[in-house]
Structure formats: C-alpha cells, structure tokens
Design a protein. Structure first.
Length: 319
C-alpha cells in the first residue's frame, strides 16, 4: 500500500510568512512615501529677521573679483533622489566642482572637487552609496589651472563648504595648501561624526580654523567678512555637517552669489523649499532638523533678493 505524503506549509509557518510579507509591504510603502512631494513648513523655523543694512553693499566700493567654475566630475542620478518631489524620469546631473575666486588680496578655491586620486577616494564612501551610484571623472582642478597657465603656488588657500569626500578629494593635488574650515567642522571631524576620506587626510592637511566672529549678516546671526571689504562673507549653514559653511561672493558688477555646499543638492530644494528623501538624508545628513532650518534661511534670502544667485554645489544646471 502506497502512502500519500501531504505537502504544504503548516499554519504556524504560514502565519509567520504572511506577517513578514505585511511588514515588508508597510516598510516599502513608507519608503515610497518619503520620495513624495512635501515642502518644509517655513513658518516652523527661524531666519525671518534680517539685519538692517547688513547686506546693503555699494558695488562700486567692492574690489574687482572674478569667479570660474572648474568642473571635475559628476555622479549621474535621478531627480527623485535630489529633493522630495523630484521625478524618477528626470535625469539629474550631480556635478562635482571647485570654484576659483580671484580677489586682489588672494587667489583661492571654494571646495576642491574630484582630484587625481578619485578612484582611490571612491572606496572610502559607504558601501550602500557605492551600490546606488556611479561617478564620471573629468579633469581635476589642479590640472585645469596648470593647463591655463596658473601655477599651483598662486592658490593661497581653499575654503571647504564641508568635509565630505567629493569636496576634499582634490586637495591632495595642492601640496601644503591652507585649508580653511570653521572650528566646529574640525571638531566634527576629530569626533568622527561621519567617518570617511577626511579621517585619512586630516593630519596631512594644513588646516586653518576660523570662527564666525563678524556679527550678524542678512538673516544670519553670525558671519565672517573674509577680507574686511564686504566682497566675501562666510556664514554658518549647519546640518549636513556641524560646520557646513555658506560663502557669499559680492561682485563689483552688482551680482551676488551664495555658494551653499550640500545643504541641498538641487536649486528646487531652496525654491520650494524641500529636503532630500529619507534614504538620501540617512546616507549624507548629520542633523536633519538643522538642515531644514538652514534651508529655510536660504529660501527666505531668495524671496528677499530675486537677483541673488544661489549655487548648490552639485546642481550643474545652476553652474
């Protein structure tokens, strides 16, 4: 007599699988939700009070300054990752750049972009980020300067908007260059808040620290007028890292720029305003509440000054 062997899942295992499926489904729904459009509640944050006359500059009294963008690479992405409400169908060109500033007192850089050792530096970023992204190399800033007849010893210092790998990679191509950052960013690095390439480089860099000791400027409680002439003013934009820094550059022509680092990856982040989706925030932002507060400050600046050119470090459409 042949016995029939019954197959199938027992009721206990079936319940476990159903429960696990429900949990996974809920997590996916919540993850998708974080990509949906949602603006930051501007009224919930400060930064609405402007200091009278602090940003009122007579352009004719400013020195002649020129700006040049040195594109050093890019990381192709989708608009959905750049800000909440971005489209999956939209190709977002995530550019890596260094800004060359020619001031009568000094020629200097804002950030350094990808350097000649970017392949090696890429290995220092989180594994998940490497799995979710790719990068394209262009010419390092040092190479571009030399090709255009600018010797590297003429670059007196670099101001970094923050210490993440894609902003400091190129520093190694400028041996001995002074690297300016606020004391809060150096403390952030030393305390290993977000370990990465900077931990390998920090003791080899010629770091110079500063404090925002210049008093209020626009809607910022603190600032630093770098040359004392109103042309380059540094302000704190914390959140992405503790010492993230914004750089105002005011030109003799009357044009004004604000370089905002990685506070947002796209200009829409300031215009709407909107933050990055949860997954991106989890990978790159240290203090999400401070990010939102800093975004709102820049949003209010843009509302007040329609001609202010706000430049997120990675939005090549703005570059």
């Amino acid at each position: 007599m042949v016995k029939t062997i019954k197959s199938g899942l027992g009721p206990g295992l079936r319940r476990i699988l159903i429960t696990a499926g429900i949990i996974v489904g809920v997590i996916l729904i919540l993850l998708v939700y974080t990509f949906l459009p949602m603006k930051i509640d501007v009224a919930a944050y400060g930064g609405g009070s402007f200091v009278p006359s602090s940003g009122k500059i007579d352009p004719e009294k400013l020195p002649e300054i020129t700006l040049s963008i040195l594109n050093t690479g890019k990381m192709p992405a989708r608009g959905a990752f750049a800000y909440r409400g971005g489209k999956w169908s939209e190709q977002y060109e995530n550019g890596m750049a260094s800004i060359l500033v020619r001031h009568p007192q000094a020629m200097f850089l804002i950030d350094a972009g990808f350097g000649s050792k970017v392949d090696q530096h890429w290995q220092t970023i989180p594994t998940l980020m490497r799995l979710l992204s790719t990068y394209v190399k262009e010419r390092p800033a040092a190479t571009q300067l030399q090709e255009n007849g600018v010797s590297l010893d003429r670059i007196k210092f670099a101001i970094i908007t923050h210490s993440h790998w894609d902003h400091i990679s190129g520093l190694e191509d400028f041996p001995g260059i002074k690297v300016w950052m606020p004391q809060s960013e150096l403390s952030f690095i030393r305390n290993r808040r977000m370990p990465g390439l900077i931990d390998q480089m920090i003791d080899r860099l010629n770091v110079q620290t500063f404090d925002f000791s210049g008093g209020p400027y626009e809607n910022f409680e603190q600032s630093l007028d770098l040359f004392g002439d109103g042309s380059v003013v540094l302000v704190p934009l914390p959140g992405h890292t503790d010492g993230s820094t914004g750089v105002f550059v005011n030109l003799h022509s009357g044009k004004r720029f604000l370089f905002t680092g990685d506070l947002t990856w796209s200009i829409e982040g300031f215009q709407l305003p909107a933050e990055r989706p949860w997954l991106a925030r989890h990978l790159v932002d240290y203090n999400e509440s401070e990010v939102r507060s800093s975004i709102v400050k820049v949003h209010r600046l843009m509302q007040r000054y329609a001609d202010l050119k706000v430049v997120p470090a990675h939005d090549r459409r703005v570059h």
